[in-house]
Design a protein. Sequence first.
Length: 311
Amino acid sequence: MEETSISLIDLVFSWSIQDALNPNLYKSQVRKIPETFTSTADYFSSFTAPLVEETHADLLSAMARLSRAPSYQLSSIERDITYRAPTDFSYKIILRNSNQSDLVTYRPQGGDLAALTDVRPTCISDLNRPTMTFLLAYVQAVGNDKISLWLSMPVVIEQKMHSYKKKHIDLFFVFLTNVTTNIRIWKALHPDPLRRNLQMIYKVIHMNADVSKLRRRLRHVLDRKQLGYHSSFESYGLNDSQEAAIASCIKTWRCCHQNSVKLIWGPPGTGKTKTVAGSSRNEMPNNYMYSDSHHGDGIGVSAREINCRDI
């Protein structure tokens, strides 16, 4: 696994069970995300602590629901060829399907974070017993029968399994949460220094210089005919601020001498989605990217635009 993709997992694996159960573990490290940033490094670092805190909160919440968590008994476990102590504890396991209904409610997938225990857990204390300490597992890949795991430490019980000839393995795979999205965000916040291109982010975080221009534009909304607005633009019912934002986007798009990015921002309910819909409808390129804090809004805008373009 790539180094950038396991950095967050490295951090999660470093937590003791006391750390995992401490709701205030990262409380003092999370600060309010500012509206402006002094540099790209400041921008990235501002989101790292909240991401770690959210990952920790997800794990804590999953552990609180432990008695209802999907669990499987292992039928076999073996070291992977990539096993390299003391940094890479990679294993391959096969799960025993003791209950067919279990497969309906849960199937392991890449990015899952699980616990390995020597009993089927009914309470949090079952995660840390004298016979087996707190052990986390990250699912790297799922094959037809074998699952590739990366563990927080070696499995001590694997020595016993050979004496049982793999007939009675007292080891359980207990699903906790999936961290795929968290890892993707972590990778975005820790880009490869040799391959990263931060031009877009640099433009976004240095947009305050355009605020005064935008305010002047609000005093006299630009002539729609000058910008070539379609008559259907009226149906959006935009206010002066939203019209000015669209005018700014179209004006920037027409500046062919440079690549530009425009940020439309505001509190919830101020019409950002409607503004983006108006922008993409009025002489903007057919290919555009829309990122919203609520996935449903982004899908809704995309769906409306597809319908408009098909018509």
